[in-house]
Design a binder for this molecule. Structure first.
Ligand code: UFG
Length: 338
C-alpha cells in the first residue's frame, strides 16, 4: 500500500517514513530540501533496508502537485509534514508561512477531493491551545488566539481540513497536535538537524554539550512553577512517528468515528527546563554550561497533554522516558559532529 509523506526527509517525517516502511507500507517522499538534506534518505535506508521513492518538489507549485497526483493515482494515504516551523521567522515573514503552510495544504486537499476515498494525516501543534486554562490539556480545550503566524497556520490549517471534511465525506482526516518532539532514532542514523542556531531547547542543549555553543540561556526562572522554569511535554520522536502509523491505520481500517478527528500526542508528563537539563547531565555524564536569562516573549508557562483520547481511541501510548529521548539525542549529536 502506497503512502505519500510530504516533508519526509525532515525531523518527524523521516522517523515516520522508517516506521511506515517497517510496517510494510510503500512510501513516496516529497521534499523540497529547504530544511533537510538528501543524505537523510541514506539514514532511512540504513535502518529499514529499503530505499523509499523520493521526489524533489516544491508543493507551492500547484501544477506540479496536480501532475504528481495524476502520476501516482495509487496513493492510499497522505501524511503531510511539509511546512515551515520557526516561530520567530514566521513573525518576520508571515506571507512565506501562509504560502508554505496554507497554500500547499489547499493544493493537496484539492487533489484528494477528486478521489473516491482519501486519507489525510495533518501535523498540528499544541500551540493551538496557547496557555491553556486547565492542565493537562484535553482536545476539548479551547483554541486560543495564535501568538505567531506559524501558530496561526496550524489553527487555520485545522479549520481548512475540518471545513473540507464537512462537505466531502470521501475525505477522512486526522489532525495530530504534537507537544514537544525531541530525540533521535536509537540507531543514530537519523535525527534532528537544525539549520543555524537552534531555537528549541534540546538541540541547543546537545550542541552546548558538544562544544558547538558556549552556553545555554534558560529563558526565565521566575515562572509560577515548582523550580520557576517553564514546563513542557517532551515526547520521543519515535513514539510520535509510531502514532502517525497508528492514525493512518485507523483510517485505512475504517475505525475512525468521524471523518475529521483530532488527537493530542504527548506523554502526559510535564518537565521543567531544569529537569531537561538534569536529564541531559545524567545520561551524558557532562556538566552543562547554562545561565538564567530573561523570559522569552510568547512562551507559555506550562503545557502538557491529557493523552486519554489517543490512548483509548488510537490504542497508542508514548513508551519512552525523558532520559531515553535525551540519550538518543545525545548519541545523535555525538555522531554528527564526528
Ligand atoms: N528554552 C530555553 N532556552 C533555549 C530554548 C528554549 O530556556 O535556548 C525553553 C523555552 O523557554 C521553553 C522550553 O525551553 O520553556 C521549550 O522551548 P522550545 O523552543 O524547545 O519549545 P516550545 O515549547 O517553545 O515550542 C513548541 C514547538 C513550536 C511551537 C511552540 C508554541 O516547538 O513548534 O511550542 O508554543 F510553535
Amino acid at each position: 500500500m502506497k503512502i505519500l509523506v510530504t516533508g519526509g526527509l525532515g525531523f518527524i517525517g523521516s522517523h515516520t517514513v522508517v516506521e511506515l516502511q517497517q510496517k510494510g507500507f510503500e512510501v513516496v517522499i516529497i521534499d523540497n530540501l529547504s530544511n533537510a538534506g538528501i543524505e537523510v534518505l541514506e539514514g532511512i535506508t540504513a535502518i529499514t533496508g529499503k530505499v523509499p521513492e523520493f521526489v524533489k518538489m516544491d508543493l507551492r507549485d500547484k501544477q506540479k502537485v496536480n501532475q504528481f497526483f495524476r502520476d501516482h493515482s495509487d496513493i492510499e494515504g497522505v501524511i503531510h509534514f511539509a511546512a515551515s516551523k520557526a516561530v520567530g521567522e514566521s513573525v518576520e515573514n508571515p506571507l512565506l508561512y501562509y504560502e508554505n503552510n496554507i497554500s500547499t495544504l489547499v493544493y493537496i486537499l484539492q487533489e484528494l477531493s477528486k478521489k473516491d476515498r482519501a486519507r489525510f494525516i495533518f501535523s498540528s501543534s499544541c500551540t493551538v491551545y496557547g496557555q491553556a486554562d486547565e492542565l493537562p490539556i484535553t482536545e476539548g480545550a479551547p483554541v486560543k488566539p495564535a501568538e505567531s503566524p506559524y501558530g496561526n497556520t496550524k489553527q487555520v490549517g485545522e479549520e481548512i481540513i475540518r471545513d473540507t471534511c464537512n462537505i466531502n465525506k470521501n475525505l477522512e482526516a486526522i489532525a495530530l497536535r504534537y507537544f514537544n518532539p525531541i530525540g533521535a532514532h536509537p540507531s543514530a542514523h537519523i535525527g534532528e538537524l537544525p539549520i543555524g542556531v537552534p531555537q528549541n531547547l534540546v538541540p541547543f542543549i546537545t550542541q552546548t554539550g558538544i562544544g558547538l555553543r558556549e552556553q545555554l540561556a534558560v529563558f526565565g526562572d521566575d515562572y509560577p512553577t515548582e523550580d520557576g522554569t517553564c514546563i513542557r511535554d517532551y515526547i520521543h520522536v519515535v513514539d510520535l512517528a509510531k502514532a502517525h502509523v497508528v492514525a493512518l491505520e485507523r483510517l485505512l481500517n475504517k475505525k475512525n468515528k468521524e471523518n475529521y478527528e483530532v488527537f493530542n500526542l504527548g506523554t502526559g508528563r510535564g518537565s521543567s527546563v531544569l529537569e531537561v537539563i538534569g536529564s541531559f547531565e545524567r545520561v551524558s555524564g557532562e556538566k552543562l554550561n547554562y545561565r538564567i536569562a530573561e523570559r522569552r516573549p510568547g512562551d507559555v508557562i506550562a503545557a502538557y497533554a491529557d493523552t486519554t483520547k489517543a490512548n483509548n481511541e488510537l490504542g497508542w501510548k508514548a513508551q519512552s522516558s525523558l532520559d531515553d529521548a535525551m540519550t538518543s539525542a545525545w548519541k545523535w549529536e555525538q555522531k554528527i559532529r564526528k
